[in-house]
Design a binder for this molecule. Structure first.
Ligand code: NAD
Length: 293
């Protein structure tokens, strides 16, 4: 039976360490890290995600500013808010909760966030840093996936990794991070042929497709590590709604280690958001000290 990687426990440890960093920033630099969260409209799932993020801020001592705007908000108003938050020296991280209502275009909004406050790591400058020298803010879910992998794999060099899903927020950045660690990476997507055969060769499987039970137990190479990013709401035989991942339970029989859903990648995503915000605040403190000697 596979080892179940406890994402909740790992996230708890990361949050403790972020809380220590926040205390140190306040004591040494007189700086109180702050995250601005922008939520537009009344999508119930986004509302839950935002509430969880704000709860985490409270836990680690990061100040949070919530900007809830109506679904009728215009692109211009949203851009103006991002501009104001960029110029506000007391705000160190800016997060615009996605998806936006259909009439709004997300990319110009993400492009407008100052790269040093881009705690989601979606700005082209941070994406560029991920593909080149590193050092930028890394998207939270991919960062969390790497920490989960680090907890069970001592040496990534030469391992075969498959990433299922090629989104900008999960699949592509995870693939780049694995490549940076000297894995041989295959990125797959909805049009990929023979996905099962590709997965069968992989030592590491990161699945982020949003397709319940996509990865069957028989696809998983014995001894592989499976990181399941998927979040799918399914109705079980008793009529209850449950959250499941993209991997079948049978993967447990073959894999060396798997992340559960819920309780795997999800908690790490939020903890990494807190870590990114503390890091952005630390960078701001360093920039301020350089400026004033
Ligand atoms: P997306 O819809 O933007 O991308 C999905 C990708 O999966 C696409 O590239 C698509 O080609 C591929 N895909 C879909 N079905 C496939 C199939 N049958 N075979 C192969 N490839 C397939 O989604 P996303 O934003 O990357 O999110 C993916 C999943 O991860 C969703 O379930 C989402 O809810 C979840 N998610 C979880 C977290 C977390 O913190 N746990 C964070 C982000 C996303």
């Amino acid at each position: 039976m596979a080892n179940i990687i406890d994402g909740r426990a790992m996230a708890g440890r990361l949050l403790d360490s972020v809380a220590n960093n926040v205390c140190e920033l306040r004591a040494r630099h007189g700086l109180h890290p702050a995250l601005a969260v922008v939520l537009i409209g009344d999508d119930p799932a986004s509302d839950i995600y935002v509430r969880n993020k704000l709860k985490a801020c409270k836990k680690v001592g990061i100040a949070s500013r919530e900007h809830r705007l109506p679904a009728t908000t215009t692109q211009r108003d949203l851009m103006a808010l991002v501009d104001a938050l960029n110029r506000d020296g007391d705000v160190h991280g800016i997060l615009v909760q996605l998806p936006l209502p259909k009439h709004l275009d997300a990319q110009p909004v993400l492009d407008a966030i100052a790269p040093e406050k881009d705690v989601d790591g979606f700005h082209p400058v941070n994406v560029g840093r991920l593909t080149t020298a590193g050092g930028g803010l890394v998207p939270c879910t991919p960062l969390g996936c790497m920490m989960l992998l680090d907890s069970v794999i001592p040496d990534f060099r030469g391992l075969d990794a498959v990433v299922i899903g090629k989104s900008n927020i999960v699949g592509k950045p995870v693939a780049l991070l694995l490549l940076e660690r000297e894995c041989t990476v295959t990125v797959t997507h909805i049009e990929t042929r023979n996905l099962a055969d590709i997965v069968r060769k992989a030592d590491i499987v990161v699945v982020a497709a949003g397709h319940a039970g996509l990865v069957r137990g028989s696809w998983v190479k014995p001894g592989a590590t499976v990181i399941d990013v998927g979040i799918n709401r399914v109705v079980d035989a008793s009529g209850k709604t449950r959250i499941v991942g993209d991997t079948c339970f049978g993967a447990m029989d073959h894999a060396a280690a798997v992340t559960p859903v819920p309780g795997g990648v999800g908690p790490m995503t939020i903890a990494c958001l807190m870590a990114n915000t503390a890091r952005a605040a630390q960078m701001a403190a360093m920039a301020r000290e350089c400026e004033y000697g």
